[in-house]
Design a protein around this ligand. Sequence first.
Ligand code: ADP
Ligand code: MG
Length: 151
Amino acid sequence: MIFKTDSIESTKNLGRLVGSLLIGGEIIELTGDVGAGKTTFTKGLGLGLGVNETISSPSFTISRAYNARDDINLVHYDFYRLVDAGIMRNELEDSMSDKKNVVVVEWSEIIKDFLPKDRLIIKIAAINEDCREIDVRAHGKVSESILRSLS
Ligand code: ADP
Ligand code: MG
């Protein structure tokens, strides 16, 4: 399903809508170039999950976790700076096995083989300075039901 947004706020709103549909256990892969809006989308997702803290890019720390509503944790990964997943792979797998976690991954290339098939893949592309094309795809039962709720 393809969405178009024309501002930071509208990208956040789409993220918020997705976040509001999550119950824990979902995996969300975000792809797109630097500056596409992956972290902006995640900030919105956090709003939909009831995260009170400010979500910032985990590029330097690789991962950050936030308390969300209903005992859910939002765990946000960004593997941009890593050449090899190394020990982070175990951490990621632990995060994904806990059904209380919603796991969001930016720059998933180096760990793609470890992600489950059932995940929401969100591809963001800049059309121009303010416009983004956001392609949301589902691959499995859980992610497909989220996608259906979006339409
Ligand atoms: P990424 O995490 O993909 O590197 P960020 O979310 O950190 O990207 O940055 C996106 C940048 O694009 C921000 O500077 C933001 O202000 C800008 N921007 C402009 N228009 C949009 C839009 N429609 N949606 C999201 N970000 C936008
Ligand atoms: Mg980012």
